[in-house]
Design a protein around this ligand. Structure first.
Ligand code: F6P
Length: 367
């Protein structure tokens, strides 16, 4: 049977993460080698779709990409075409320019899109699907906060970076008998802190889902002291909150659809703890920041990205448009974007992972 789809486009939107190139490679190779499709890649996510700025992708363009971090197509987390910044009659206004993107696709003969992104990018993917554009979503984000899929690609690479940082902080903490704080990313979800904290044997893990009180952290640190453990490791998610307080905001990026950037809780926490422990313990704070988003994907993410990319093209060929590829257990599946968007996945404070951490002595600062 002849393929209805002859030419597909790929774009990567939102904050980058390890594994984006691996998905681009898998989509391109599967589309060309298995289904004889043409492939183009739009630059800087939706901005490329609006400006009709794309590159043709051949096997040679994606060869050697599997282990490379970043995205060869570049990415932007500012370009929502349904509410786009344009200048008209000398005035800056927000406008729905999605029809321009649809026209550009028609002009170039692009039949369908693989859209690789997190919540914001996939919200636009859903909106394009509502307009009748043939889209398949691929769930990306280091935060692992997308509902329905067990895991997003990029998350395992980020927690490996955070775990390695915790291992290193351990040795210097031990040498100086210090309290070391590591602030990690994750937006309003505590997955990175929780999983890197468990793997990096943190003594205290602070996550947005469980508000904390500094006195409880001191209790934990003093308990360790009594047992001869003269150093302590705290991992704090950027979205973690003191009880009855809001998360700490590092900056507002005005032209971003999601303008709030969290960050700074590590330093605030250090100053609070210093007040309570006096000169008895020295405290240092490390902010891991965008190191969590850079570099090569770990083995798990290379495999997951490849599976996601292959499945995305297969879904297209089965005409299952408007869906996102997902991992359930160890099986590839798909879920409709309408059932994914606006349903963030957070850590369950009563869940098995939190209980396991508590069982091995981790304090969440809440008791
Ligand atoms: O969503 C991924 C993420 O890295 C978050 O963990 C973090 O809060 C945010 O993006 C940082 O965004 P930016 O790259 O704009 O600083």
């Amino acid at each position: 049977m002849e393929n209805k789809i002859k030419k597909i486009g790929i774009l990567t939107g939102g904050g980058d993460c390890p594994g984006l190139n691996a998905v681009i490679r898998a989509v391109t190779k599967t589309a060309i080698n298995k289904y004889k499709l043409e492939v183009v890649g739009y630059k800087f996510g939706y901005r490329g779709l609006y400006r009709n700025d794309f590159v043709k992708l051949e096997n040679k363009d994606v060869s050697g990409l599997l282990h490379k971090g970043g995205t060869i197509l570049f990415s932007s987390n500012k370009d929502n075409l349904f509410n786009y910044n344009v200048v008209e009659n000398g005035k800056k206004i927000k406008k729905d320019v999605s029809d321009v993107a649809v026209e550009n696709m028609k002009k170039e003969g692009v039949d369908a899109l693989v859209i690789i992104g997190g919540d914001g990018t996939l919200t636009s993917a859903r909106d394009f699907a509502r307009k009748g554009v043939k889209v398949i979503g691929v769930p990306k984000t280091i935060d692992n906060d997308l509902a329905v899929t067990d895991v997003t690609f990029g998350f395992n690479s980020a927690i490996t970076t955070a775990r390695e940082a915790l291992d290193k902080l351990h040795t210097t903490a031990e040498s100086h008998h210090r309290i070391m704080i590591l602030e990690v990313m994750g937006r309003n979800a505590g997955w990175i802190a929780l999983e890197s904290g468990i793997a990096g044997s943190a003594d205290v893990i602070l996550i947005p889902e469980i508000p904390f009180e500094p006195e409880n952290i001191i209790k934990k640190i003093n308990g360790r002291h009594k047992r001869g453990k003269l150093f302590s490791i705290i991992v704090v998610a950027e979205g973690a909150k003191f009880k009855n307080k809001e998360a700490v905001v590092s900056k507002i990026v005005k032209d971003s659809p999601d303008p709030i950037r969290l960050g700074g809780i590590g330093n605030v926490l250090m100053l609070e703890l210093e007040k309570l422990v006096g000169k008895e313990h020295e405290i240092r704070n490390t902010v891991l920041g965008h190191l969590q988003r850079g570099g090569a994907p770990v083995t798990f993410d290379r495999i997951l990205s490849t599976r996601y990319g292959v499945k995305a093209v297969e879904l297209m060929m089965d005409e299952r448009y408007g869906n996102m590829v997902i991992l359930k257990g160890n099986k590839m599946h798909y879920a409709h974007l309408e059932n994914v968007i606006g349903r963030n996945k957070n850590v369950n404070p009563e869940g098995e992972l939190v209980r396991a951490a508590r069982s091995v002595g981790v304090s969440f600062g809440d008791e």
